[in-house]
Ligand binder design. Sequence first.
Ligand code: NDP
Length: 310
Amino acid sequence: MTNILFAARSEKWEDYEGPLRSALDAAGLDYRLSTELPAAEVDYIVYAPNSDVQDFTPFTRLKAVLNLWAGVEGITGNETLTVPLTRMVDEDGLTQGMVEWVTGHTLRHHLGMDAHIVNPDREWDATPPPLSADRPVTILGMGALGQACAKALTALGFPVTGWSRTQKELPGVICHAGDDGLRKALTDAQIVILLLPDTPATLNLIDAETLALPARGAFLINPGRGPLIDDGALIDALDAGQIAHATLDVFRVEPLPEDHPFWSHPRVTVTPHIASTTRPGTAARVIAENIRRGEAGEPLLHLVDRDAGY
Ligand code: NDP
């Protein structure tokens, strides 16, 4: 019998219980699944970082913690966690949602849609937008989400450049890596999309220096994490016209405080951390597959590198 504790305060048990049971059944597992189990009997925890479980010490036979979110900055530093930690990678749910959000906001800025949606002076400006081929896009972070977005934007004709810690090779995408690669990736970009994790190495990566690299009037889209951006430097770059518009889904403090200047800035779009989300129906299959692997002695999928922080 495999004992599975669901300890994810942010996620609704009633949304997950059915999909998890179906997926665990389909995986052929003999299991007990509950929101309440004696700690010493738990084999796996289905988790979200804002869980009531913050001390893993009593979970003496724990085999792995399976995070329901892609972001793990809220758990990587937990020293009581000594077993493997996995994060959510779900092509059909989380990834698909991000591809749709990123593509939609990229096209909004590329096509200049705002000018026609809000046009109180009834201005007839018949300037057509450029074609996607003339709009270089740079994605910082070429993991599960960055690569999927790169693929979708490449399919739409955008020249896409990607940047990651380790060198990637992706059809039709110019890939850079490491500190030197960042400058190359950002220089002359017209749309910059942030899909990096929140780690000590990515903190304030988007500051006055890096904001000066894209083409003047570039667009910034951040569905990654708030601390990637130095907020003050971004406001300065917006006010100076270096950045034409910032579409921000994530913030240092969430919900974004009412008095934060992003709310009132005319060239900032705030979305409330909805770029994508874990979908129980598809995510449950990812969780069940990892538990099946764990029980079969096979390597777990989507393991977090605790030292790298993601
Ligand atoms: P991955 O771990 O698959 O990818 C992270 C990418 O960032 C990798 O390409 C990695 O490089 C790169 N990276 C990490 N650190 C550095 C660094 N110091 N320098 C250069 N590149 C670096 O994550 P996902 O794609 O699944 O998710 C990305 C982030 O998106 C999540 O961490 C989360 O914060 C955010 N997110 C936001 C959501 C929302 O609704 N707003 C929803 C889901 C996720 P390498 O490939 O070499 O390892």
